[in-house]
Design a protein around this ligand. Structure first.
Ligand code: ZN
Length: 485
């Protein structure tokens, strides 16, 4: 729009992902399913970039027609796909007998992609052996059995986990319905092949490549890049920090099952997020306030920038038809518990907390935080370590990461910021939230150039518009999954 905006990535890819999302949401068949998901304007590209090496063995005709760069046609391909095939539906029975649905099993879709022929859709889900179950949530309800967000991934006893981290005992479990599960040090991993096969009917992958420690999974819609030994994963050039490093065993690339279910699946399949609730209100939280100044920036304090940002986001959201509740509208101090209480008292809402970062003068970039999933460690030590027992916010694990993805990708794809990634922590404002929530760090006020941006009203308005669009796209992506109450 203006010179300040930077269309970092071409937009073709996103539209294609959107078509995949429409495909995926056959649960509730209706016209709305044709609407693009939250990737629509977020993941600008990746597929048309050159990071993915060509796959020599792939014949040209095996590739789906590349998207037109200027005019993606998601509706067309979506409806076409909807006619020709159904997305897979697989139910993963997790420890304790509870079920996690990460998709829907059906006959493999007859997508235009020829890769389907090579890769069979998994026929069922992996069934890991029974493990002790911990109670994830303190509160229980009659809906427990329908609420896959709780009760899953109680992989290990805590002490067992520590021991398991050290031991690297490998156990290859029998393939279950196409899912290859390999246990390393007591933790379940799934092979990249399994992931490719499961999502192939929707995404039509044409690239599956391991080169050294680098791994690529790609199609015209999506490129996922990861590295063995690393917790960083890129999906269409948006950075995600995995809960566990990517592993390798016998030449197979392995992702932790927790990352599959708590990150990859909700991001690739947001329309299947199980307990998504309709929302029309956003609780906007300006970090710090009053005697709590937050970071001391080059041109001012974090608390003041956070408040200005919150006001600007409020405007952007109201312009898009949302109701907005501010945790603070003035320079006042509110406890973290007080902020959570406001969020939890606001029905049909999601929660966005705004902060700015501090660090060395050279540190720059944007990062977005979602609550650490149960049985995982935080990305950093501050914000909590290992999340062993689960917290209230874990009920929303899938929605949290989808919301974080929508917001983070929207901002990253429009501006020239350093992408510090979508990260995990047990921030107090997130761990107590009953509803989906994220914490957004909109730049380093300790960096001169970045603080100058943060101090600019124009900048804040532009970022706020990106966030407003992200919230709309998030709601669209989850629409078919949302029970309107
Ligand atoms: Zn802060």
């Amino acid at each position: 729009m203006t010179s300040g905006l930077h269309p970092k990535l071409p937009t073709a890819l996103i539209a294609l992902i959107a078509s995949a999302l429409a495909l995926a949401s056959f649960d509730v068949a209706r016209a709305d399913d044709e609407k693009p998901g939250f990737f629509k304007k977020l993941f600008g590209g990746g597929g048309s970039k050159t990071e993915t090496p060509p796959e020599p063995e792939k014949k040209p005709e095996a590739k789906p027609a590349p998207a037109k760069k200027s005019k993606p046609a998601p509706e067309k391909s979506a409806s076409k796909g909807a006619e020709t095939g159904k997305p897979p539906r697989v139910i993963i029975t997790t420890t304790g007998g509870k079920k996690v649905e990460i998709g829907k099993k059906s006959a493999p879709a007859k997508t235009p992609s020829k890769t389907t022929a090579k890769t069979e859709t998994p026929k069922a889900a992996p069934k890991p052996k029974e493990e002790p179950v911990k109670d994830v949530t303190k509160s229980s309800s009659a809906k427990d059995n329908e609420t896959p967000m709780k009760g899953e991934f109680k992989e290990d006893d805590d002490d067992k986990t520590a021991a398991a981290e050290k031991s690297k005992a490998v156990e290859v479990l029998p393939a279950n319905g196409g899912w290859e599960i390999i246990k390393i040090g007591g933790r379940d991993y799934v092979t990249a092949e399994s992931i490719r096969n499961f999502y192939n009917p929707v995404y039509g992958f044409t690239t599956f490549r391991v080169q050294g420690t680098h791994f690529w999974l790609g199609s015209s819609k999506l490129i996922l890049k990861a590295q063995i030994g690393s917790q960083e994963m890129l999906i269409n050039n948006i950075k995600f920090i995995l809960s566990f490093p990517v592993q390798e065993y016998n030449g197979k690339v392995l992702f932790s099952r927790l990352d599959l279910c708590k990150l990859i699946d909700p991001v690739l399949y947001p329309s299947h997020i199980q307990n998504a609730e309709y929302f029309d209100t956003v609780v906007v939280d300006a970090g710090h306030g009053g005697h709590d100044s937050g970071a001391r920036g080059v041109y001012g304090y974090e608390k003041d920038f956070a408040l200005k940002m919150a006001m600007s986001v409020r405007t952007a959201l109201m312009q898009r038809g949302f109701k907005v509740i501010l945790t603070r509208a003035t320079d006042t101090f509110i406890t973290l518990g007080g902020r959570v209480a406001i969020a939890n008292q606001t029905p049909k809402s999601i929660f966005l907390s705004f902060h700015f970062n501090s660090g060395g003068t050279a540190a720059t970039g944007i990062e977005t935080w979602a609550l650490t999933p149960q049985s995982a460690a935080a990305t950093i030590s501050r914000g909590g370590g290992y999340n062993m027992n689960g917290v209230t916010g874990n009920k929303q694990d899938s929605a949290n990461i989808a919301l974080a993805t929508a917001v983070h990708a929207s901002v990253i794809s429009r501006f020239k910021f350093v992408d510090r990634g979508i990260k995990r922590a047990q921030w107090s404002v997130l761990s107590g939230c009953k509803r989906p929530g994220i914490l957004f760090e909109g730049g380093f006020v300790t960096n001169g150039a970045e603080c100058q941006l943060v101090a600019s009203e124009t900048y804040r308005q532009q970022v706020s518009a990106a966030i407003g669009d992200a919230v709309m796209n998030y709601r669209k992506a989850l629409e078919s999954a949302m029970a309107k109450r």
